[in-house]
Design a protein around this ligand. Structure first.
Ligand code: PMP
Length: 439
């Protein structure tokens, strides 16, 4: 442990204390080996740890047919059978699994261009470019859009890939309170009046970075207000739709569809294929000049391998289904499952974060020590869940983060709710009506 100390500079001493004492004691609930497709049900292998957190090996016990409440499989496309899986298998037979090159060199395949054209059509913008990894789509492309002399205004709950991209860019970074439009406007107003703190010149560019659905909060961005402010202060908007693309809006086109906003109002539309599409990789879409600029300058595209053909095929097949009648059914099912799940949790007396239409459902478990216990209890009852605590969340706001899928049946959701309610009683996580009144 001691010689590993230098490898965790991201944590302060206080955070390291927590990581060691709380997270490591609950290590069995993290990195769980999953042995099946991340569909509605999964098989999970058990591992054993000593009381000091030392890994003692796989015990061989496999929890079978565990209902999956943790994967980002919003529209149920993570599967190993059906038309999408068949098309991916065909792509493996024809093109293999890896392209072993980037788009500049010999990694530029027809399937990439097909996916990009279809994605641009789906999103209602001029052009789109795909990248091998969602994380790198943010972290490597933001530095192509802003640099020294530019100002980035970023939501406090933005994903790590966005924060890293901002840091690498060299731009000045200001952070506004999560989804707080008054705070965003305050920063914008100050920035316009004062300009760059050393040169006093006005900023070369101001970029507001927000997400569609925030992955730890389940909040939906207040996009109409972001657009109003962007216009008023002549800024640009970068929207990360990793969780909202496919899961929001009547046509699954994300947060612009949800608010009925013209997608061309957003300067940079970013998203990933890792969630609603059951694939992997990311994309950036928008005006043709923006995408052309990235094609020539993006480090992720120039120096990183392009999407594996069967993965690109999976994304394309999912997209074709999303744009069909079957897609509409999946979206309706996802919305119904989400509403049922959220509503019931609230009536049970749990504190649930986020917007009622968000399939990311964080349930407050308070202390970091609660989360491992909750996860183990759920697994013992046949449910796989994701838990998160400090430093990913504030200290007393540890949470269970459910991700709802259209692949889950109503019965599976109702049974899961019963198990959650049961554990909530045992762990005293519910608040009574009296407590609410008192508050
Ligand atoms: N952006 C957001 C908002 C995310 O939540 C994530 C990961 N969950 C990413 C980007 C990175 O995407 P990927 O996992 O596809 O690399």
């Amino acid at each position: 442990q001691e010689d590993l100390k230098d490898f965790v500079p991201l944590y302060t001493t206080f955070e390291r204390f927590f990581v060691r004492n709380v997270i490591e004691r609950g290590y069995d609930v993290l990195h769980r080996p999953v042995c099946t497709v991340p569909g509605a049900v999964i098989d999970i292998r058990e591992r054993k740890f000593s009381s000091s957190g030392k890994f003692l090996g796989l015990t061989g016990k496999v929890f079978r047919n565990v209902v999956n409440l943790g994967s980002y499989n919003y529209l149920g496309f993570a599967q190993n059978e059906g038309v999408c899986a068949d098309a991916a298998v065909k792509a493996v037979a024809e093109l293999g699994t890896g392209v072993c090159s980037n788009r500049f060199e010999v990694g530029n395949y027809e399937i990439h261009s097909k996916l990009e054209r279809k994605m641009a059509e789906f999103l209602g913008v001029e052009d789109c470019m795909t990248f091998g990894m969602g994380f790198a789509t943010n972290s490597m492309n933001i530095p192509c859009l802003v640099g020294k002399g530019c100002l980035v205004i970023s939501d406090a709950c933005n994903h790590a890939s966005l924060a890293i991209g901002c840091k690498i860019s060299g731009a000045t970074i200001r952070v506004f309170k999560h989804n707080d439009m008054k705070d965003l406007e305050k920063i914008l107003r100050h920035s316009i009046v004062e300009g760059h703190p050393r040169t006093y010149r006005s900023w070369k560019k101001i970029l507001i970075i927000v997400e569609g659905i925030y992955s730890m909060e389940g909040t939906i961005v207040n996009l109409p207000e972001v657009i109003r402010l962007k216009k008023k202060y002549k800024a640009y908007v970068y929207l990360d739709e990793a969780h909202s693309i496919g899961s929001l809006g009547s046509r699954a086109r994300g947060v612009t569809d949800y608010f009925d906003i013209d997608p061309t109002e957003i300067d940079v539309l970013m998203g990933t294929f890792t969630k609603s599409f059951g694939a992997s990789g990311g994309y950036i879409a928008g005006r043709r000049e923006l995408v052309e600029h990235l094609r020539l300058n993006s480090h992720s595209a120039c120096y990183g391998v392009s999407m594996s053909p069967p993965v690109a095929q999976q994304a394309l097949s999912s997209l074709n289904v999303i744009m069909s009648e079957e897609g509409k059914e999946r979206i309706t099912q996802l919305a119904a499952n989400t509403r049922l799940f959220r509503e019931k949790l609230r009536t049970f007396g749990f504190i649930v974060y986020g917007h009622e239409d968000s399939p990311v459902v964080p349930l407050l478990a308070y202390l970091p020590s609660h989360i491992a216990c909750f996860s183990r209890e759920m697994l013992a009852r046949g449910y796989g869940v994701v838990v998160a605590g400090f430093p990913s969340t504030p200290l007393g706001e540890s949470r269970v983060r459910f991700c709802i899928s259209s692949a889950l049946s109503k019965q599976q959701i109702l049974d899961a709710l019963e198990a959650i309610s049961d554990i909530g009683d045992i762990m005293r996580l519910k608040i009574s009506a009296k407590q609410i009144l008192y508050k």
